[in-house]
Design a binder for this molecule. Sequence first.
Ligand SMILES: NC(=O)c1ccc[n+]([C@@H]2O[C@H](COP(=O)([O-])OP(=O)(O)OC[C@H]3O[C@@H](n4cnc5c(N)ncnc54)[C@H](O)[C@@H]3O)[C@@H](O)[C@H]2O)c1
Length: 278
Amino acid sequence: MENALNGQTVIITGITDASSLALSIAKECKNQGAQLLCTGLGRTPHHKNVSENGLAYLEKTYSDFVKTVQTELGQEIKTYALDVGIQESIDDFASLLKKEGISVNGLLHSIAMDKTIRQGKVKPIMDVTRDEFMDAMNISAFSLLALTKALYQQSLLQKKSSIIALSYLGAEKIASHPYKNIGMAKAALERLVKELAWELGKTDGIQVNAIRFSAYTASKAGGAIEGLAAAVAEAEEKSPLGNAIPQDLADEVVYLFRKNNRITGEIRNVDGGYHIRG
Ligand SMILES: NC(=O)c1ccc[n+]([C@@H]2O[C@H](COP(=O)([O-])OP(=O)(O)OC[C@H]3O[C@@H](n4cnc5c(N)ncnc54)[C@H](O)[C@@H]3O)[C@@H](O)[C@H]2O)c1
């Protein structure tokens, strides 16, 4: 495919640093002619009652994100602070795009957070609290609906747009490493993809799909998961084609971002075929 996304504007969420899967995807979208709008977790006027340490973390996270985007993608790429846990932050983002006269053809949801994964340990499901469960659901699953809704209500999503969420086999099965609480959120995310595909396909020809990618230890989110390195090695052995790499994922996202596809409500596997193994 060459210039497959010429003339398209796509929102890329979830870049933290050079190791983020969203960065590999953003690079390929840019190579294929897309104009990028990148959002990163950062401090917003709506962060109230946050400790000094919390605010410092948000500021550092945002400045690392901007530096990564400018170095890896170019100074001209637009960046926006967005915390999907705060509705006002999502609404501000959509309002800003509206004010800038931007409408979009694509949205990449590459966001996950689970506080039960800490310092290389994953809490057993029986120890997960109501707040931890709700938090993971809110940030990792509901955020897809919240973002989509905000863009849709402000008429920012063009007809035949394409929305893509990143998921993992652990949404469906007990993985060979602990995935636990975040697995519930990924299951909800995938179910949400199907509901959105139905409603938005009917009304606006918008496609909504999810991609389950191979386990990947290099990113911040992946690196935090207990036992993931061993799982990656095992999957490499068991997958007919070996583990997929970020470029494989980026190529699939570009494919699904193309206009006039008739592909929606899919949970696609980009994992070298690992999912077919028992
Ligand atoms: N690494 C893997 O093994 C793997 C495999 C399959 C799917 N995925 C999925 O890919 C996506 C990207 O993960 P990654 O591996 O690139 O790690 P990553 O840590 O680079 O990306 C996770 C992103 O979520 C963002 N985020 C967390 N809370 C947020 C909030 N409140 N508001 C806005 N953004 C928030 C983080 O800032 C970060 O950019 C995730 O959905 C992840 O579950 C990862």
